[in-house]
Design a protein around this ligand. Structure first.
Ligand code: NGO
Length: 592
């Protein structure tokens, strides 16, 4: 049996026929590349100018100039628009700014800026003052730059001229919570924002504008120049996520932190952790201790598995939060529950615990919907996970519940959603939730692909029309576990082959025909780990496709096209290498 069942089938009915009818070379959201002809209107003139400037700026980075190598950087800093994700507006001009041995990092909290640490943007410490936050971001920047530059880069809130300046309190409302402005002149490099998250993203932009060798952990040759000009930037979507499946193969805290650091570099702001599945339970639950102790004791292939203690999970949340990422924990229900069913016989309808599961087949497990103890279990688990999680979302799975009848599914999902609400969280679930009734405010995560049937698509569109929010994770575009090509050894291929261009060239707003635009919360790139057991394997599949998701989530649609993206992506190659990431060197990308 193939390890993973195709979505489209749970509806019952003539799924096979449906697939044949729907099979086509392009999906509704697919965009032809490159985009030609006039830009779609209406676009306000200033915006249009901005876009044209981006094109000019990015155009400067055409082959020959990218990627900048040590020798050429001395003469010319990296063009201002040569970034992933591409910024909303770039106005290049003027002489560069240079970081030197005497550069200070000046931090300003800014009057009336409040804590700025709203949901999704903060450190999780509500009491942190604005200036504490800015100082913390300044220190983060200094720590990033010190090893390679060898400079002291003191962080100071003393007023003074010049330096790298991080300033909170911009009055420009269009920047929102996460936007920033970066202004580079020979006298100073200034990043301003309305909230700390914006400053943090601006710092990532600065980081990418510096030579790749700034990522090295040992001292490198300068100069450390940033091209002159101004970037004004804010995200298209508030939800820009990446999911890591730590259930099929367990990954310790250090690996999760490393992944978080990579996500932050590309302005991704959600880390969805897939914490339970048939093959492993990965989070300690005090009221049901065998879940982790026994249910977490193995993984796909029979390895030792593992789980996070509560303190370790808190540490992941803290680390993510300090990088302006929110953790979205997922407890898969009512299917994908073999690890729980194996740990507690009473959760099974027949009172008998099945053996632990180390294969990759799914769709066979279900909680016992009729038993009261099932809801004690769900309540305890979700309460404990909610208590550990400062972010608003609790993901309850809901996918591939093939061993649960439709009636039971609807009943169970109604109760589980109510429990999430009682614990003060927002329901998130895979899009099968739309087979039942999503509660008000629920977020559904669409993981269909080009052969998903029209009925299933329509249910998601209808739910969105009724107020559900949608995060797009189409498997034929942005599942990071899909093989790139026939030759790719790792990964699965049930949703087709996903080379880099395919992962990039689609629009979340157009992927599902009829989906109301204001229902789209954002995008997420899931990394399932049935076939991935090591860091090297994770990175080979995630990079460079993760960057596609980052740009799709952040950049204005008008500013994106594959032809310029592949040049900017190529320029990221040496940076990824400097970071020790073994990425897929796709022949579609002109790597140097
Ligand atoms: C599906 C399935 C997962 C698999 C994954 C592999 C969803 C939401 N459920 O995605 O259990 O791991 O495919 O690609």
């Amino acid at each position: 049996m193939v390890g993973v069942r195709l979505p489209g089938a749970p509806q019952g009915g003539p799924a096979g026929k449906d697939r044949l009818v729907r099979q086509r070379r392009t999906t509704p959201g697919e965009r032809r590349t490159p985009r030609r002809g006039p830009l779609p209107l209406p676009i306000p003139l200033p915006r249009l100018l901005g876009i044209l400037l981006i094109v000019v700026a990015v155009g400067l980075s055409a082959p020959g100039a990218v990627p900048a190598r040590a020798g050429t950087e001395a003469a010319a800093p990296r063009p201002l628009g040569q970034l992933v994700p591409v910024p909303a507006e770039v106005v290049p001009g003027g002489s560069p700014y240079a970081i030197t041995s005497t550069t200070p990092i000046r931090v300003t909290g800014g009057p009336g800026s409040g804590t700025g640490a709203g949901p999704g943007s903060g450190t999780g410490s509500a009491s942190a003052s604005a200036s504490d936050e800015v100082r913390r971001i300044g220190t983060y920047l200094a720590e990033l730059l010190r090893p390679a530059t060898g400079y002291a880069l003191p962080v100071t809130d003393r007023p003074g001229p010049g330096g790298i300046r991080l300033e909170l309190g911009s009055r420009d409302r269009s920047l929102g919570e996460e936007g920033y402005r970066l202004h580079s002149t020979p006298a100073a490099l200034t990043i301003t924002a309305r909230a700390p998250a914006g400053l943090f993203h601006g710092v990532q932009t600065l980081r990418q504008l510096l030579p790749d060798r700034v990522e090295a952990q040992s001292r490198q040759e300068g100069p450390w120049k940033v091209a002159g000009g101004t970037i004004t930037d804010a995200p298209r979507y508030g939800y820009r996520g990446a999911m890591l499946d730590v259930s099929r193969h367990f990954f310790p805290v250090a690996e999760v932190k490393r992944y978080i650091d990579r996500l932050a570099l590309y302005k991704i702001n959600k880390l969805h952790l897939h914490l339970s599945d048939d093959q492993g339970w990965r989070i300690a639950i005090d009221s049901w201790p065998r879940l982790a102790a026994y249910g977490g004791s193995t993984e796909v292939g029979g390895g030792p598995g593992g789980y996070y203690t509560k303190d370790q999970y808190r540490e992941i949340v803290r680390y993510a939060s300090a990088r302006f990422l929110e953790v979205v924990p997922e407890i898969g229900l009512p299917g994908h529950t073999n690890a729980a069913l194996a740990s507690y016989p009473e959760l099974n309808c027949d009172g008998t615990a099945p053996p632990l599961h180390t294969g990759i087949e799914v769709g066979f497990s279900s909680l016992c919907v009729d038993k009261p103890v099932t809801y004690d279990f769900v309540d305890d688990v979700l309460r404990e996970v909610a208590e550990l999680t400062p972010g608003p979302y609790l993901h309850i799975g809901g996918d591939e519940a093939d061993a649960t009848s439709d009636e039971d599914y609807a009943l169970f999902m109604a109760r589980a959603q109510a429990i999430v609400g009682r614990h003060g969280k927002t329901v998130m679930a895979w899009h099968e939730l739309t087979r039942a009734e999503p509660v008000e405010g629920a977020v559904v995560q669409y993981w269909g692909f080009d052969r998903t049937g029209p009925t299933e698509r329509q249910q998601v569109v209808d739910a969105a029309r009724n107020g559900a929010k949608v995060v797009l994770s189409p498997a034929d575009r942005i599942y990071l576990d899909m093989k790139y090509t026939e030759e790719t050894e790792l990964g699965l291929r049930w949703a087709g082959l996903v080379e880099v261009e395919r992962s990039y060239d689609w629009d979340p707003a157009a992927y599902l025909e009829g989906l109301p635009q204001d229902a789209v919360l954002g995008v997420e790139a899931p990394l399932w780990t049935e076939t991935l057991a090591t860091r090297a394997e994770l990175e080979q599949m995630a990079f460079p496709r993760l960057l596609s998701a980052a740009e799709i989530g952040w950049s204005p649609e008008e500013a994106r096209d594959w032809e310029t993206y592949k040049e900017r992506l190529a320029a990221q190659g040496p940076r990824l290498t400097a970071l020790g990431i073994g990425f897929h060197r796709s022949p579609q990308v002109p790597w140097s």
